[in-house]
Design a protein. Structure first.
Length: 149
């Protein structure tokens, strides 16, 4: 089983969007039994909260199921549990490395790295642009899925 943890600052916008988009892609190609997909935050600010209403709105607009989710913070043990820990921006990567105590096994990535792009996915909490975030998340998730097909 391939275990993937998507990570962003609060675990209510980008990482949950990535989790649900990737889960939907995996389900549509009939490979759900091969993956364990989850998400987490680098901060404690949103712990216990559900997905941001902008994320929920955009996913519903795109016909992607919104799964039950409560924000949680990434912990050091997640590094051992997951095969891929995927952040959304450079600050996430820096904080993920801090939480994990480094990346000795090369498991920490930025989502758009899989699409051959070194740029960050902007946080719609600040930009308000959930459409653009969805486009970037979808691009990254499609490239990630191709890695396993």
């Amino acid at each position: 089983m391939i275990k993937i943890l998507f990570v962003c600052h609060g675990n209510v916008c980008r990482s949950t969007m990535s989790q649900f988009v990737f889960q939907d892609m995996v389900n549509k190609c009939g490979r759900q039994g091969e993956f364990h997909i989850d998400s987490a935050a680098t901060s404690r600010e949103e712990i216990g909260n559900g997905p941001h209403y902008g994320t929920v709105r955009k996913l519903k607009e795109e016909g992607i199921p919104v799964l039950h989710h409560r924000a949680r913070q990434m912990i050091r043990q997640d590094y051992d549990k997951y095969d891929y820990l995927i952040g959304m921006d450079s600050a996430n990567i820096r904080n993920m490395n801090r939480i994990a105590g480094g990346d000795s096994e090369g498991k920490i990535y930025k989502l758009l790295d899989f699409a051959g792009e070194e740029r960050d996915i902007a946080d719609p909490w600040y930009t308000g642009n959930f459409d653009r975030t969805y486009e970037d998340v979808t691009k990254g998730c499609e490239a990630l899925l191709k890695k396993f097909l």
